[in-house]
Ligand binder design. Sequence first.
Ligand code: TYM
Length: 330
Amino acid sequence: MKTCFSAIQPTGIPTLGNYLGALRNWVNLSREYTGIFSIADLHAITVRQDPGDFRRRVRAVYAICMASGLDFKNGAVLFPQSQVAAHTELTWILSCFTMYGELSRMTQFKDKSLKNSDNINSGLFTYPILMASDILLYGAAAVPVGSDQKQHVELTRDIAVRFNGVYGDVFVLPEPFIPDMGARVMNLQDPKRKMEKSDPNPNGYISMLDDREAIIKKCKRAVTDSGGEVRYDEKLKPGISNLMTIYSLCAGKSLEETEREFSGQNYGTFKTAVGEAVNTALAPIRDCANEYIGNPAHLDKLMNEQTRRATELAAPMLKQVKNAMGFVAD
Ligand code: TYM
């Protein structure tokens, strides 16, 4: 069976954007692939984290991913990235196969440098090399992500090709798996920006732990144009188009079906329906995640078991890499 890999940063509680763009497909792919998934806590420290909040948040994100329906019977694994040391070790090796110019061209680095202008640390710059290590360590063929991560997966391929060119076919070349719909869910208050879990304004995003009332309130307050027609037009009606995407994915309908369903209805009715559909999609995950969060001893036990499995899965590739390069064997 082929392997897929993906990860999420614990920089906030995962949002509806994370769910529709990525997590949903982690679940789907985990049925066909051996699914290896991680809470990217090492990536998260490129911005400062309060230790207490950070520890609680990693557990909450782990709980949400556990609750999302990953196919553990088919061998899926979920672990905190920092617990498997091979990720950081491979990162150093791969940094010697990654060019300064390549990293400078990463749009996420440019965006994040603008946002964190008081802390442009080198981790922010070398971030994609850690991502490449995450993916290549497990021989992942598919990487389910939203469209913002496409450039990083492409760089991962370039690094793998460069390494293989010198040492033979060590790494599997990964492909990004990006959904046709939902690859970039937009902020509810500013539909020109993507929805982000670390957004300071909670009205801009729906958290996967928001309750029904909060979800409906946020959908009702979503910024839309002054027209009254529920019609998909990303340029002229970005707010309504975003809500249509959200509704269609949560209700399992096409955009055309959604347009037909709400033809002649006002924005208020549509927004309430969006909120209800989102709640129906998220409620089972939220309830299950809250149970895990309420039982931290059980959660830690699962985390430890899964981490042990991931450590075993990661070891052979690191060994193969070091061997191919001529490091003295241990
Ligand atoms: P992160 O934590 O920003 O996001 C997790 C996943 O959610 C997707 N995503 C979105 N999809 C649709 N609409 C949105 N508004 C939206 N916001 C986020 C992201 O594309 C991502 O798939 N660097 C990664 C984490 C990572 C990783 C990896 C991913 C670390 N190592 C290896 C894949 C493979 C990140 O910050 O994702």
